[in-house]
Design a protein around this ligand. Structure first.
Ligand SMILES: NC(=O)c1ccc[n+]([C@@H]2O[C@H](COP(=O)([O-])OP(=O)(O)OC[C@H]3O[C@@H](n4cnc5c(N)ncnc54)[C@H](O)[C@@H]3O)[C@@H](O)[C@H]2O)c1
Ligand SMILES: N[C@H](CO)Cc1c[nH]c[nH+]1
Ligand SMILES: [Zn+2]
Length: 422
């Protein structure tokens, strides 16, 4: 890994992929075709891109039963325990509707209503994560969403990954379709004969999925356009090089575009981590991906002081931050921008990816400066509640009418005055 001395601020911000002209027009064409031909278009794109002709798009009970045969009892228990932790954590985020009454009888409040229907896109390939099924479905259920739909591209034999089906079934999600890419997003947004439309689409995917999500935004809501994984480790000389190296590699193995960075005031630690990374990389099954990620987006930044290292971290605003210093808790107050903060050497990043409870769908590309990880809030909407009594409206009618006339909106003013005409 490259070691750089930094005295000034560093920026990890990357531009969000906008795709080529050809990819954009292809996505528009696919969306239009799905709107025109419905299921038939879904089946023909699945044949073209995923290499399988399906008679039926919906996953059957038999397919789910078969999936259980490919997941050991031990792994099943682990999925169940992780799900419990995730549910516990998200239950605390749940907001209740509220109403307050003023002395004059005015009632004001907020009514929290879950979305009626949401769609979760689960990407195909090696990036089909059962953990992401838990991280998206559980907050939706805690929010009270009634209809949760999953779509994912099928393998060449027409199946979906066993782990994904088992995770979904454990949570009681039964509406699962074998459709991927832009066609899946179009189906979720506009509906087909088989797939009824949803109100909001969640989940990551490749450039076709990302472009399609951007295109259907407005017809439905979307969560975010998630970028590749990122980890920043903030460490002092007390940290262990082998543990830091292992944690950096845990995110580098996700994607060639993933980013893993160490920020430290200790040159000794920097050199030791660089050596450890090379050593541990050798035996990783996904060595090629991790090596490319480290080559293009990995770095070790050495600062003069720990305080300066904290400033660099805030500038990077990473998706995941690990604090491996003598007193990690004491730095918490100074960390302003990070999607998730892992404190101390026993809070390795994968603890959060799979098990602890907080959501692993987090802001990337420096967007932790202004946004947060996925939460129950993303699955509800809030309606304001207003009740005025006759005396209260009478007392304020003139003020409201005057404000309306300031904006040149006479009908607004008269609407209020109409009630008190003699
Ligand atoms: N940020 C996260 O948390 C996270 C998690 C998991 C995966 N991911 C990302 O998801 C992506 C997974 O990509 P993937 O491709 O393996 O699966 P995918 O499910 O995103 O895309 C597969 C679909 O892409 C469509 N497609 C492929 N080639 C096409 C073409 N030439 N024209 C039109 N459509 C085409 C097909 O319909 C296919 O079904 C990766 O980019 C990965 O980084 C991100
Ligand atoms: N680290 C990923 C989000 O950046 C989430 C994940 C899923 N499985 C393993 N990791
Ligand atoms: Zn991960």
């Amino acid at each position: 890994m490259k070691i750089e001395r930094v005295t000034n601020r560093v920026s990890l911000r990357r531009t969000i992929e906008s795709g080529t002209e050809e990819q954009r027009s292809k996505v528009l064409e696919i969306i239009a075709d799905v709107r025109a031909r419905g299921d038939e278009a879904l089946k023909s794109y699945t044949e073209k891109f995923d290499g399988v002709r399906l008679d039926s798009l919906r996953v059957t009970d038999e397919e789910i039963e078969r999936a259980y045969q490919n997941v050991s009892a031990e792994v099943l228990r682990i999925i169940q325990e992780a799900a419990e932790n995730i549910r516990d954590y998200h239950e605390r985020q749940k907001r209740e509707s509220w109403i307050m009454t003023k002395e004059d009888g005015t009632m004001l409040g907020q009514k929290i209503t879950p979305l009626d229907a949401v769609g979760l896109y689960v990407p195909g390939g090696t990036a089909a994560y059962p953990s992401s099924v838990l991280m998206n479905v559980i907050p939706a259920q805690v929010a009270g969403v009634k209809r949760i739909v999953i779509t994912s591209p099928p393998n060449k034999d027409g199946t979906l990954p066993a782990g994904v089906l088992v995770a979904a079934n454990e949570l009681g999600v039964k509406e699962i379709y074998k459709v991927g890419g832009a066609q899946a997003i179009a189906a979720l947004a506009y509906g087909t004969e088989t797939i009824r439309p949803v109100d909001k689409i969640f989940g990551p995917g490749n450039i076709y999925v990302a472009l399609a999500k951007r295109e259907v935004f407005g017809q439905v809501a979307i969560d975010m356009i998630a970028g590749p994984s990122e980890i920043v480790v903030l460490a002092d000389e007390t940290a262990k090089a082998n543990e830091i190296a292992a944690d950096l590699l845990s995110q580098a193995e996700h994607d060639e575009r993933a980013s893993a960075i160490l920020v430290t005031p200790s040159m000794k630690l920097a050199l030791a981590v660089a050596r450890e990374v090379e050593k541990q990389l050798e035996t990783l099954p996904r060595k090629a991906i991790a090596a490319a990620s480290l080559e293009n987006y990995g770095a070790i930044y050495v600062t003069e002081t720990l305080a300066e290292a904290v400033e660099v971290v805030n500038e990077l605003a990473p998706e995941h931050l690990e604090v491996m210093t003598a007193e990690p808790m004491q730095l918490l107050g100074q960390i302003r921008h990070a999607g998730a903060i892992f404190l101390g050497r026993f809070s390795s990043e994968p603890v959060g990816d799979y098990f602890a409870g907080p959501n692993h769908v987090l802001p990337t590309n420096g967007t932790a400066r202004f946004s947060s990880g996925l939460s129950v809030d993303e699955f509800v909407k809030k309606s304001s509640i207003i009740f005025y009594s006759e005396p209260t409206l009478k007392q304020n009618a003139e003020k409201i009418a005057a404000f309306a006339r300031l904006e040149g909106l006479e009908a607004h003013a008269r609407a209020v005055e109409e009630r008190f005409k003699k």
